[in-house]
Design a protein around this ligand. Structure first.
Ligand SMILES: Cc1ncc(COP(=O)(O)O)c(C=O)c1O
Length: 361
């Protein structure tokens, strides 16, 4: 007997995690396929987690008051503006579940974070992908023009995963002003800490001006807590109240809550690591350009190679050098910035990669 399931999920692919690297004799392997932070947690964060382990026989506190207050304080907003989730991907899911009815549309740029279409479909909504502009940035004019009465949520990914492009404050503000005020615009800022563009849109600033803007942040990237699953939204209180209703109860563990509080207390120390990653990103970007590779400007902790029909050949080359990268067949390759040692390996591969690109098809 086959178990009946929701129509539309038959051919739906599950979320694809970044690959582990293939071991090669004599070479240390590096995973550069999931935009993870290569550095281990800070000692103070590890200590907070170890402390919390003593109580894992108990359910976590759903309200997560300490963490909620710490985040609210960090951004000078009210605790009523904060909703938590098991990673910002879970908060994105809450937003779609809280807002859309079956058949409503969830708009996002494409290519972007791979979970957007998945989360929309799983919630019974219809994904509405809008192609990126040729330079890898959001085509905000096309997005605004595509809004219909069915469009209820719009994701803006700033910086965009996987292209690394950023949107200016002026561009985002013009966009927000051009769409109906009952459409929720989610500014997904998973990579905000790596974004040094002085003209960039800043989610919290947009939220303060426009109540239909919700901001998504995560502890997975700059804070290096991907394995603990912790993210949050900053949004208007009525939306936050609904997000808390649709959240999976107890999804945010006590360990994650303690680690979140400890991370916010250690932001200065974390900034040193962020600075290293940004410096490394610039170094690798410049060297890849020098080697003649089609690498885009990025304000995130990864770089995008616009490798198109050479994507397969280049991915194989990275794999032969014990580096796993995120390949999007016929489109391009996203390479996470790792430790300087891992990044040096990227540069070792770059010269061979340039030769592959120069070869006639
Ligand atoms: C743009 C973007 N948003 C959200 C997430 C989700 O991160 P997490 O669920 O680990 O907080 C990711 C993860 O890769 C991402 O790239």
């Amino acid at each position: 007997m086959t178990i009946p399931h929701r129509a539309g999920l038959e051919n739906f692919p599950p979320y694809r995690q970044g690959k582990a690297p293939t071991g090669i004799d004599g070479l240390k392997a590096f995973k550069l396929s999931s935009n993870e932070n290569p550095y281990p947690p800070l000692p103070s964060v590890t200590a907070a987690v170890i402390d919390a382990v003593a109580n894992i026989n108990l359910y976590p506190e759903i309200a997560a008051e300490d963490l909620t207050h710490a985040i609210a304080h960090r951004w000078a907003v009210s605790p009523e503006n904060i909703a938590l989730g098991a990673g910002s991907v879970e908060v994105a899911s809450q937003i779609i579940h809280a807002i859309t009815n079956p058949g409503d549309k969830v708009m996002f740029p494409w290519r972007s974070f791979e979970a957007y279409p998945l989360l929309a479909t799983v919630a019974g909504a219809t994904p509405q992908p809008i192609p990126l502009a040729a330079d890898g940035s959001h085509d905000l004019a096309a997005m605004a023009a595509a809004v219909t009465r069915k469009t209820k949520v719009i994701f803006i990914c700033n910086p965009n995963n996987p292209t690394g492009s950023v949107l200016s404050a002026t561009a985002v503000e013009t966009f927000v002003q051009s769409i109906p005020s009952d459409v929720v615009v989610v500014l997904d800022e998973a990579y905000v800490h790596f974004n040094c563009d002085p003209a960039t849109a800043v989610g919290v600033d947009m939220f303060r001006k426009y109540p239909n803007v919700a901001v998504l942040h995560t502890f997975s990237k700059a804070y290096g807590l991907a394995g603990l699953r912790l993210g949050y939204a900053i949004a208007a209180p009525d939306l936050i109240t609904t997000l808390r209703k649709v959240a999976v109860p107890f999804a945010v563990t006590a360990l994650a809550q303690q680690a979140g509080v400890a991370s916010l207390q250690a932001e200065n120390e974390l900034q040193e690591r962020i600075d290293i990653l940004v410096t490394e990103r610039r170094r690798v970007h410049a060297a890849l350009l020098d080697a003649g590779l089609p690498v885009l400007q990025s304000e995130a902790n990864f770089l995008w190679l616009d490798s198109r029909d050479r994507t397969g050949a280049l991915t194989a080359l990275f794999e032969e050098n014990a580096l796993s990268v995120r390949a999007f067949p016929e489109e391009g390759i996203r390479i996470t910035i790792g430790t300087p040692e891992a990044n040096n390996r990227i540069l070792d591969v770059a010269r061979q990669a340039a030769a592959v690109l120069a070869r006639q098809p």
